[in-house]
Ligand binder design. Structure first.
Ligand SMILES: NC(=O)c1ccc[n+]([C@@H]2O[C@H](COP(=O)([O-])OP(=O)(O)OC[C@H]3O[C@@H](n4cnc5c(N)ncnc54)[C@H](O)[C@@H]3O)[C@@H](O)[C@H]2O)c1
Length: 370
């Protein structure tokens, strides 16, 4: 199979979908790997490294889209890329179709086979290609929060871990899933006093077992949230209700309970955020102030640590890419339910029920087609 890796062109996107070692393994299996010139630069990977691994460096994205049987990407195809995609070409990337009408209709027209990272479900019911980015964002939330707590950044001037003889900061984490757990580990590791809130008691029991002693677990309800945010130096929003907008756990009025110079990092901003006063920001302008509380709400946090994110993402995606390359998408999907659940669209038919529902398009079950 010819596998194409174009350079990502979405603004602020510096990740790349394949590592040199991935190119090496594919080449060993007699696949041809085309990597666009400079595709790895944003993640600190040179063309020479890909070349040494057996990939061919191609100057133009158009050539890659024209020649490749499978395109591996990170972000959803941009308009110029949609125009270059073609019938029966496998596109393996994040799409988030339900939130993007032009993308959905554009790719339906081309007849490409779209296998979406974000809908692939593992045998344990988790989303294996979303988890690595939540791990990155959760850990990064603490790093960003610590930075904006510094006085020159407008924060309270508090060191998360304190020092001997001085209290550490108080960190409240709303949501104890992947993001929340990784944030709690980081904040606790730095020495902060951490409280993690969730509505799932089983989850709280598990977290109480595995997290260190400076993490307290607490049932998420309005009274506990009010109490927590009034003593917090840093609040991290990490809730998710699958397929729905995030619930507003901290309202505009509740914000007044928070300290001047305290910081909110709402990681859940990509689902609308769990803080009423949150609105999405960018890496070039990440924060704003409401009532003296710093709000950080970057919707693509992992993009800032592109090298770590590239390695974390490709660790998770590569085994599936290899399987699809070796067997062809149809055989790979039939043999692996995780790949099967990723097939959102093929030959102009929508095969994902949620995407079809979002745009009231006809849904065709994959088993009716293959
Ligand atoms: N901004 C970014 O760059 C970025 C990156 C990765 C993930 N995210 C987002 O972070 C959010 C969390 O992702 P995740 O992978 O941790 O999800 P997850 O499903 O692993 O965890 C979500 C947790 O929220 C809990 N929850 C639901 N309602 C709650 C409530 N009312 N109070 C407290 N807890 C509640 C759930 O029980 C669950 O444990 C998602 O919106 C995800 O899209 C954002």
């Amino acid at each position: 199979m010819i596998i194409g890796v174009p350079k990502e062109i979405k603004k602020d996107e510096h990740r790349v979908a394949l590592l040199p070692v991935g190119a090496e393994i594919l080449a060993r299996r007699r696949h041809r790997v085309l990597v666009e010139k400079g595709a790895g630069i944003g993640s600190g990977i040179s063309d020479a490294e890909y070349r040494a691994a057996g990939a061919q460096i191609v100057r133009s994205a158009a050539q890659i889209w024209k020649r490749a049987d499978m395109i591996i990407k990170v972000k959803e195809p941009q308009p110029v890329e949609i125009r270059m995609s073609k019938e029966e070409q496998i596109l393996f990337t994040y799409f988030h179709f339900a939130a993007n009408k032009p993308l959905t209709y554009g790719l339906l027209k081309t007849g490409a086979i779209c296998i979406a990272y974000e809908t692939m479900v593992g045998s344990d019911g988790t989303l294996p290609l979303l988890t690595p980015m939540s791990e990155v964002a959760g850990r990064m939330a603490v790093q960003e929060g610590a930075k904006y707590l510094e006085r020159p950044m407008g924060g309270l001037g508090i060191l998360l871990g304190g020092v001997p003889g001085v209290d550490p900061a108080h960190v409240s984490i709303l949501g104890g899933g992947v993001v929340g757990t990784h944030a709690a580990k980081m904040a606790a590791g730095l020495g902060a006093n951490v409280t993690i809130l969730d509505i799932n008691l089983e989850r709280l029991r598990y977290l109480a077992d595995v997290l260190p002693a400076n993490v307290t677990t607490l049932m998420s309800n309005p009274a506990n949230i009010r109490e927590e945010i009034s003593k917090a130096d840093l609040v991290i929003g990490a809730v998710l209700i699958p397929g729905a907008k995030a619930p507003k756990l901290v309202t505009r009025r509740m914000l007044k309970l928070m300290k001047q110079g305290s910081v909110i990092v709402d990681v859940a901003v990509d689902q609308g955020g769990c803080i009423e006063t949150i609105k999405p920001t960018t890496h070039s302008n990440p924060i704003y102030d409401v009532d003296g509380v710093i709000h950080y709400a970057v919707a693509n946090m992992p993009g800032a640590v592109s090298r770590t994110s590239t390695y974390a993402l490709t660790n998770a995606t590569f085994p599936y890419a290899l399987d699809i390359a070796n067997k062809g998408w149809e055989k790979a999907a039939k043999g692996n339910n995780t790949i099967w659940t990723g097939v959102n669209m093929l030959r102009g038919e929508v095969t994902d029920a949620a995407v079809a529902h979002a745009f009231r398009i006809k849904y065709t079950a994959l088993e009716e087609i293959i």
